[in-house]
Design a protein around this ligand. Structure first.
Ligand code: BGC
Length: 344
């Protein structure tokens, strides 16, 4: 049975530690409804912390790298920081020239969410007012984390809006399966069960094309070293600033299903990602600056990877992408599971 304990973090924020029975534990914070630590047993039985985060509350609050955070209202990029809905143009509080990233200047990663302990986990809730960062409709968002004894971290993303709007919630945990401070993830092996990816332009904005991975550097349908995509010798990897910063399209199917499997040769730790979102975004930490991490760690380029499950990025601006307009009274509900284990 997973137990939950709490502790103060700073700035009114709290820490919540979910402890399972087989050496798994996850620490969360209500600041950004974020994941901080993920402790899993390695091959030799020793604990490995596979999640990057800043040490102090102050470093976390000032962070713009989204370490472990819930990104919203709309994760990923929206071209030109504006979109049209029902014949109206919405100008957003863009945080970059040419696009808005992960919800804007004051995205959900900066919010102090309301927290409630539930069986085996924590539920975080946040009310975003109508017009927040330029998005229409008052939005009630909820993110629930639960940990099972066999090392499955379940994340449920929910939202309800008072007016037609767009929402795309994701979790932005940076993983290093050799340990959060171990350095490059080049030696990690990755398999991504996706036959198509979404090409980007020089600002990493999706172009609206859906392209087959076959014959490209994005083909991870058979296990490959992540190191094979940590360079800029391919135009797509160059667009990602020297690595992968791309969404992959899940195969047709029903419900929560496996889409990616990554493992570390050093610790034997395996991460399987399951989701019912239509896309998973692989980001290989190309912009890790360096950042000041916990326990005196310094996180640098390619020191982690993220598997951000989500709706297609910028679906609202791309004619070929399915429009997921969230209307009043309709539920927004998706689930992602990060399942940890050991390679045999
Ligand atoms: C984006 C990257 C960005 C990073 C921010 C990722 O989800 O795709 O382009 O640099 O988040 O830390």
């Amino acid at each position: 049975m997973t137990t939950v304990t709490t502790a103060p973090f700073g700035g009114g924020a709290r820490l919540f530690t979910l402890s399972g029975e087989n050496g798994y534990s996850v620490t969360l914070t209500d600041l950004g409804a974020s994941v901080r630590d993920i402790i899993v047993p390695g091959r030799d039985g020793r604990p490995v912390d596979v999640s990057l985060c800043h040490g102090s509350y102050e470093d976390s609050a000032g962070n713009d790298g989204y370490l472990g955070a819930t990104c919203g209202r709309v994760a990923n990029r929206i071209r030109d920081g504006r979109f049209e809905l029902n014949g109206k143009t919405y100008e957003l509080n863009a945080n970059y020239p040419g696009f808005i990233l992960h919800g804007g200047v004051t995205g959900f990663n900066h919010a102090l969410w309301d927290a409630r302990i539930i069986p085996g986990g924590v539920e975080f809730k946040h009310r975003s007012p109508d017009g927040d960062q330029g998005f229409p409709g008052e939005l009630d968002a909820a993110v629930t984390y639960t940990l099972s004894d066999d090392g499955a971290l379940g994340i449920d993303f929910m939202a309800a809006s008072g007016a037609d709007t767009i929402v795309n919630l994701t979790n932005h945990t940076y993983f290093n399966l050799s340990g959060h401070a171990d350095g490059s993830i080049a030696d990690h092996t990755a398999r991504i069960d996706c036959d198509f990816f979404l090409p980007t332009d020089e600002l990493s904005r999706v172009t609206g094309e859906v392209r087959a991975v076959a014959g490209t550097v994005m083909d991870f349908t058979r296990p490959r070293l992540l190191g094979e995509c940590l360079h800029d010798g391919d135009i797509q990897l160059k667009n990602g600033s020297g690595g992968c910063d791309h969404s992959f399209v899940l195969r047709q199917g029903e419900g929560v299903r496996l889409c990616a499997r990554v493992s570390s040769p050093k610790t034997g730790v395996v991460l399987e990602t399951y989701t019912d979102y239509p896309a998973v975004h692989l980001y290989t930490g190309n912009m890790l600056l360096p950042y000041k991490g916990k326990d005196g760690a310094v996180y640098a380029k390619h020191g982690a990877f993220c598997l951000e499950t989500q709706l297609f990025p910028d679906f609202i601006s791309c004619p070929a992408f399915e429009k997921h307009i969230l209307r009043p009274g309709e539920p927004y509900r998706y689930r992602t599971v990060y399942k940890f284990g050991i390679t045999t």
